[in-house]
Design a protein around this ligand. Structure first.
Ligand code: FES
Length: 369
């Protein structure tokens, strides 16, 4: 009953929202009125946060010593995802919100029939979030973003899926929906082959792949490891007429992309797994520069990201993925030039939005959060 009242309270119209926000901003210097009431609302709706969706952990399973499977039940208004999309998962750890990006490892079919989604997560001992996820239990509430990304199975084409390690997850989602949709369309002649690279005996969810293959004559897969089978190039040549999709470590993506270019084959990639390692080092000579961030002034180096240096200086900044995807670290650059660590490109000196986690100072800067 109380939580129903809270939902009514939160469901005011946009116009009322705007008026309340203005009053709250003037009186309490808070961006939104809902944000101001957040601690109270959370007494009734755990993990409620303005502009976030909530999801409840309904099952937790350890797939391997370092891999866990989380089943989440998102709140009803969360949009239906497409197989292959990812989400930002936000969890409060020691009073700080930590966000990481994960692919949804199930298709739309599971979400529609059971109301849940699953994530398969590799636990890294030195990670900020994943060691904590390893201790998750049923009933915990977390925050999730809307589904994001456009990595999806093309229709009517033969497809070669190439996965590395935990990069198998979007393909599991696509195969689930492929199988469900195929039941209704017997004419679809699409064939799919999967090449799955992992360390020996570390391929994930092989039983699911076997089941897909048993139920679909047009799906086949091979499990490879670099140690026993070498690099991927020789396995690609026979699939020159297929559409290639790759999700895995950057080195794997690079090998696939080079071969695809040579033989002129289209290739899609899941960007956050196939993302180049961000490097804090540049070839530029080291320089010390001045950054004004709101009311704080600090000296920074041109060879580390702004996010790293603001964190080292204990300047409070929002951040999430740390790799240029979630935009949580976005702030306004009022003046100065930054370098994008992914591409090496320099910005101009005009006012613009930048992402702190992928930007280095190239000149003195003025930033506004
Ligand atoms: S922290 Fe996600 S984009 Fe910077």
């Amino acid at each position: 009953m109380r939580s129903n009242l809270i939902f009514v309270f939160l469901g005011v119209t946009d116009a009322v929202n705007a008026i309340f926000n203005k009053i709250t901003h003037q009186l309490f210097h808070h961006k939104t009125w809902k944000g101001y009431w957040e601690p109270i609302i959370q007494l009734f709706l755990p993990a409620w946060r303005d502009s976030y969706y909530r999801a409840k952990v309904v099952a937790f399973k350890s797939l391997r010593a370092d891999v866990v499977q989380l089943t989440l039940s998102p709140e009803k208004k969360w949009p239906i995802h497409k197989a292959g999309q990812h989400i930002a998962l936000t969890v409060e750890v020691d009073g700080k919100l930590i966000t990481r990006i994960f692919t949804i490892a199930c298709g739309t079919t599971t979400r529609k029939s059971q109301g849940v989604i699953r994530l398969i997560i590799k636990v890294k001992d030195d990670g900020a979030l994943t060691p904590f996820l390893g201790n998750f239990s049923k009933g915990k509430w977390v925050n999730i973003s809307p589904p994001m990304g456009s990595f999806s199975l093309p229709h009517g084409k033969s497809v070669l899926m190439i996965a590395g390690g935990s990069g198998i997850t979007p393909f599991l989602a696509m195969l689930e929906d492929y199988q469900a949709n195929k039941k209704g369309s017997l004419e679809d002649k699409q064939s799919i082959h999967l090449i799955y690279y992992a360390k020996p005996h570390e391929h994930l969810l092989v039983e699911e792949l076997t089941e897909f293959a048993n139920h679909n004559e047009s799906f086949s897969f091979q499990l490879l490891s670099r140690m026993h089978d070498g690099d991927i190039e020789p396995y690609l040549a026979q699939h020159g007429t297929s559409h290639w999709m790759v999700c895995g470590p950057f080195e794997l993506y690079q090998q696939v992309a080079q071969t695809a270019k040579l033989i002129n084959v289209p290739v899609d990639s899941e960007h956050f797994v196939a993302f180049p390692h961000l490097t804090d080092n540049t070839n530029s000579p080291k320089q010390q520069l001045i950054v004004k961030h709101n009311k704080t002034t600090l000296t920074v180096s041109n060879t580390e990201t702004l996010l790293t240096q603001l964190q080292k200086a204990d300047v409070p900044v929002s951040y999430g993925c740390g790799m240029g995807i979630c935009h949580q670290c976005q702030c306004i650059k009022k003046s100065g030039v930054v370098r994008d660590v992914r591409t090496g490109e320099l910005s101009d000196s005009a006012e613009q939005l930048i992402q702190l986690c992928v930007s280095q100072a190239a000149t003195d800067l003025e930033l506004q959060a």
